[in-house]
Design a protein around this ligand. Structure first.
Ligand SMILES: C[S@@+](CC[C@H](N)C(=O)[O-])C[C@H]1O[C@@H](n2cnc3c(N)ncnc32)[C@H](O)[C@@H]1O
Length: 270
C-alpha cells in the first residue's frame, strides 16, 4: 500500500541521522519510557524472554529490555534506519536493519514479546504489519502496541498551538499516510484478532514548562515545517507563535495522547 505522496517515514519527512533527530528521539524516550517500562513490568517481562523491539529509534526500550531479560534472554532491535542504534549491540542485544512492512522474521525464531511504539500509525499498511507481528509471537507471547492518538488536540484552549499541532497531524497524514485516529479504537485491533488478556491504557503527557514533551514537539514542528509550508497547511506566523509557546516556561497544554494496548497470543496458537 502506498502513502499519499509515495513517501515513507524515513524519506526525509522524519528520521535521518542528524543531531536534531537524535535529540527528538531522546526527548520522546524521556516522556514515554516511564509508561512503557511500567506496562512491560506489569506484563511480566523477565529474565529469559526473547523480545522484538520494532522501529527501535534511539534504542532506550531495547536497552531497558536487554537489562531486564538478562543474558539468558535476547532482544532483537530493528529499524529501517539503525544509525541511532550504533554502539548499542551487546551479546544478547542484536541490532538489525529491517523494514517491518516486508522483511522476514528477524532473528529466525518467534518471540515472547513484540513491542512497537510510534511505528504502526505511520505505516499505511498497519493492519497487515500487525498480522505479521502477531505471526512472530510464540504461543502465549505478548504484543504491546503504542501509537499517537490526536483526539486531545481539538480541545486545546490555545488556538495557534492547536492549529500548529493539527498541522503536524495533517502533514504526516498527507505525506506518509500517518493515521492519528487508528489508536483511538484500541484495543479493537487486538480483540478482533482473538488475542487474550487484552487491555489498554492512555498516556497523556503534559506539554509545557519547557519539559521533554515540549522539546520533542518543538523539534518535530521545526522538522516538519518545510513540508507544512510546501502543502500550505498552516501560516508561518502561527508556527512561530506555537514554537514560542513551546519554549515558554509558563505555557502548558497537552498534545497527542499515546494509546497503549496489549494482548497475548492464545497458548495453543501457532
Ligand atoms: C517515532 S520513531 C519511534 C522510535 C521508538 N520506537 C520510540 O518510541 O522511541 C519511529 C521509528 O520507526 C522507524 N520506522 C519507520 N518505518 C519503519 C519500517 N517500515 N520498519 C521498521 N522501522 C520503521 C523509524 O526509523 C523510527 O526510528
Amino acid at each position: 500500500m502506498n502513502s499519499p505522496r509515495g513517501l515513507r517515514y524515513a524519506d526525509d519527512v522524519l528520521g535521518g541521522p542528524g543531531e536534531a533527530e537524535r535529540m527528538r528521539l531522546a526527548a520522546m524516550a524521556r516522556v514515554c519510557d516511564p509508561t512503557t517500562t511500567r506496562v512491560l513490568d506489569e506484563l511480566g517481562a523477565t529474565a529469559g524472554w526473547r523480545c522484538l523491539e520494532v522501529g527501535a529509534g534511539g534504542g532506550s526500550i531495547a536497552t531497558w529490555l536487554a537489562d531486564r531479560v538478562t543474558t539468558t534472554g535476547q532482544v532483537v532491535a530493528t529499524d529501517v534506519d539503525t544509525r541511532h542504534l550504533a554502539g548499542l549491540a551487546t551479546g544478547h542485544l542484536i541490532v538489525r536493519q529491517h523494514d517491518i512492512t516486508r522483511d522476514p522474521l528477524p532473528g529466525g525464531e518467534p518471540f515472547d514479546l513484540v513491542h512497537a511504539r510510534f511505528v504502526l500509525e505511520h505505516l499505511p499498511e498497519r493492519e497487515e504489519v500487525l498480522d505479521r507481528l502477531l505471526s512472530w509471537l510464540k504461543p502465549g507471547g505478548v504484543i504491546l502496541l503504542e501509537s499517537i492518538a490526536g483526539f486531545p488536540i481539538d480541545s486545546s484552549p490555545h488556538p495557534r498551538f492547536r492549529e500548529a499541532m493539527r498541522g503536524i497531524d495533517l502533514v504526516l497524514a498527507r505525506t506518509i499516510g500517518t493515521d492519528s485516529t487508528w489508536a483511538r479504537g484500541f484495543p479493537e485491533p487486538l480483540l478482533k484478532r482473538r488475542l487474550v488478556d487484552v487491555g489498554m491504557t492512555v498516556h497523556l503527557p503534559t506539554t509545557g514548562g519547557g519539559n521533554a514533551s515540549a522539546q520533542c514537539w518543538a523539534l518535530t514542528l521545526a522538522r516538519l515545517r518545510p513540508r507544512i509550508r510546501e502543502l500550505d497547511l498552516v501560516p508561518d506566523e502561527t508556527l512561530d507563535e506555537a514554537l514560542d509557546q513551546l519554549a515558554d516556561p509558563a505555557f502548558f497544554d497537552v498534545t497527542f495522547a499515546t494509546a497503549v494496548a496489549w494482548g497475548r497470543a492464545p497458548a495453543g496458537r501457532r
